[in-house]
Write a protein that binds this ligand. Structure first.
Ligand code: MN
Length: 288
């Protein structure tokens, strides 16, 4: 048996807030007690929430990003995306959009048209992944990854992971990344158990979106929007669920560079942040 990673603490999300008029989110990190987990900068859990039928799509209208990647994972509900690079797509349940803003993307994120018309349950995650300085001003990239492209790996009894990025048991995820990261969508049935390996020497965390899970036979995460950062040492974790549970397990090689961030921009210096605002205002990041 490999050495287990240690649970460093269990933290709940800070209070919820709205992003635009479409996303009732809880910021799982950074939050009180949990700093950024480089290269992961932030994780917002939107919903679960029920939306009534409407005529006009709710969401976030045209806004910029520079210097990092936004990763949007849909569990329930759909999202329409359009950006200044000419990319457009709908993110449906099970799909993942991995958008590398890099030198600059202006996009809008709106509830899907059919979802808006019919209403329904909405549940998504947006994860921000930092880029190394060398890639912050490179060309934007858009990866629209659909459900069927994401391989499923059994972890034990009543437990499996969908490998979005990185590698698990020799199975590689479809997302192309700039640094080494693992993003696993982990599901457990009631009574389900599984073991999962994660590299030593990386920042890692278990995010419980909803459910009730015991980690390494000792630490319990229950309810919604909880995070357990894990020790760098150790190469595996054991999960046992008491209820149907939905988790994200993250690990990544830290980017050891200064972070200067403000709103939708994540750079290395204050001067680069000022430049980002200037470039956006001058229309140099384009328009949707
Ligand atoms: Mn955005």
């Amino acid at each position: 048996m490999s050495e287990r990673k240690r649970v460093l603490g269990i933290y709940g999300a800070a209070s919820s807030h709205w992003v635009g008029d479409g996303f009732p989110v809880r910021t799982v990190f950074p939050s009180q007690g949990v700093p950024e987990l480089s290269p992961f900068l932030m994780l917002d859990y939107a919903g679960p929430a029920h939306f009534k039928p409407a005529t006009r799509p709710r969401g976030v209208e045209e806004h910029p990003h520079r210097g990092f990647e936004t990763v949007t994972i849909s569990y329930q509900g759909s999202l329409d995306h359009r950006d200044s690079g000419g990319n457009a797509g709908t993110i449906n349940p099970g799909d993942v959009q991995w958008m590398t803003a890099a030198s600059g993307v202006v996009h809008e994120e709106m509830h899907g048209k059919e979802f808006t018309r019919k209403g329904g349950d909405f549940e998504m995650v947006q994860l921000w992944v930092n880029l190394p300085a060398a890639q912050k001003m490179s060309k934007p990239r858009y990866q629209g990854i659909v459900n069927a492209q994401i391989p499923r790996v059994e972890l034990g009894n009543g437990a499996y992971a969908r490998v979005i990025a990185g590698e698990l048991k020799g199975i590689k995820g479809p997302a192309k990344t700039f640094t080494r990261v693992n993003v696993f969508d982990v599901r457990l049935d009631p009574g389900g158990r599984g073991e999962l390996s994660l590299p030593a020497g990386q920042n890692s965390a278990i995010v419980l979106l909803r459910g009730n899970v015991v980690v390494n036979g000792a630490s319990a995460l229950r309810g919604e929007a909880q995070i357990a950062p894990l020790s760098s040492l150790g190469e595996s974790i054991e999960l046992a669920a008491k209820e149907p549970s939905l988790l994200l397990v993250l690990s990544g090689e830290p980017i050891n560079e200064p972070v200067a961030s403000y709103g939708p921009f994540v750079m290395n210096t204050e001067a680069e942040l000022r430049q980002a605002f200037e470039d956006y205002r001058a229309g140099r990041m384009g328009h949707v």
